[in-house]
Ligand binder design. Structure first.
Ligand code: TYM
Length: 336
């Protein structure tokens, strides 16, 4: 009989990714990144800048490189600490594209055709790459490579998570237990930050709505102006009701997410739209200013950021290579 019996519960592993497609906006921050920061304190957290996914739409090579480096600096400015989490660029860990091929051979054409993100993006693009169509297979590879339990994302990633689970289950049932089937984690407030000018659609870098989007690096004056001009409605009642009052509800959910308060509760504190707008602008500025200051400091030393990304990629690869080998073996590829 052992003298000491120590039971160590396995720490849940968290994985998530973000595209280096230009500026980071308030939706990314409230819908996903604030949660990423919290998870690194409690779980084993792995975060990836998905530069290969960015290639699914046309990119300027120099801009992509700059955006990738700056996104790493922004993520650290938001609070990711490379000593507490693994932070890396997707293209630095070749296992992602290798497992993606196995995922492409596990998902069907029909399933990929039903992805709403593909429909949206292909409607807006002249050149529709094959990579844009198979995008969810690469995303499934990202997640499954790390035996991920939890995936913190905004609401728009729901369908991508569902297809990831389907792919994992199908692979497991065909070839035996290979992958952990992950769960998504979507925040109660901030999961869908909407465009300030078109509150029926999500705030997005790709929508080209300058006045509807607040960037994380936006100066305070501009934040205040945009929130002041945000579309509301004419009934004058401050109430959280996305179906009937999208503009007002969006402001309530931004203020709620920025201050960690339920948007319904936030609504009780205001009688007038003007006051709600002032408080929302104040909260956004208070949240973003320290991030902007840290970003300016980090920007001064790009070689340190590159070093940290390299360390992150090495840590990530240790786990990723084991999962890829398991998957290759289980599906019948001959060992080299
Ligand atoms: P991306 O780069 O579009 O967005 C990064 C994260 O921000 C969230 N988000 C929002 N949340 C609330 N309101 C909004 N308006 C808003 N806009 C964006 C997104 O939900 C996301 O969590 N396909 C992914 C990247 C990806 C990924 C992964 C994510 C690749 N592999 C593996 C998770 C796990 C994407 O394009 O996110």
């Amino acid at each position: 009989m052992p003298i000491h019996r120590v039971t160590l519960a396995k720490m849940a592993r968290v994985f998530s990714g973000i595209q280096p497609s230009g500026d980071l906006h308030l939706g990314n921050l409230l819908g996903a990144l604030m949660n990423w920061v919290n998870h690194q304190e409690e779980h084993e957290a792995v975060y990836c800048i998905v530069d290969l996914h960015a290639l699914t739409l046309p990119q300027d090579p120099e801009e992509l490189r700059t955006n990738t480096l700056e996104l790493a600096q922004l993520l650290m400015a938001v609070g990711l600490n490379p000593e507490r989490c693994t932070l890396f660029a997707q293209s630095h860990v070749p296992e992602h594209s290798q497992l993606a091929w196995l995922m492409e051979c596990t998902v069907s054409y029909g399933e990929l055709s039903r992805m709403t993100a593909f429909k949206d993006k292909s409607d807006r693009s002249d050149f529709i790459s094959a990579g844009l169509f198979t995008y969810p297979a690469l995303q499934a590879a990202d997640i499954l490579l790390y035996d991920t339990d939890l995936v913190p994302v905004g609401d728009d990633q729901r369908q991508h998570l569902e297809i990831t689970r389907d792919i994992a289950e199908r692979f497991n049932s065909r070839f035996g237990e290979t992958f952990v089937v992950p769960q998504h984690v979507i925040p109660a407030a901030g999961a869908r930050v909407m465009d300030l000018q078109h509150p029926e659609r999500k705030m997005s870098k790709s929508q080209d709505s300058v006045n509807g989007t607040i960037n994380v690096l936006e100066p305070p004056d501009s934040i205040r102006k945009k929130i002041k001009r945000a579309v509301t409605d004419s009934d004058g009642e401050v109430r959280f009701d996305f179906a009937k009052k999208a503009g007002v509800s969006n402001l309530l959910s931004i203020l709620g997410a920025a201050t960690g308060t339920d948007p319904n509760k936030v609504a009780e504190s205001f009688d007038r739209y003007g006051d709600l707008k002032t408080a929302t602008a104040d909260a956004a500025i208070e949240l973003l200013l320290p991030i902007q200051q840290r970003f300016a400091e980090l920007q001064a030393d790009p070689s340190e950021t590159r070093r940290l990304l390299k360390v992150g990629a090495e840590k990530a690869q240790e786990v990723a290579s084991q999962t890829l080998n398991r998957a290759k073996q289980n599906c019948g590829l001959l060992e080299a």
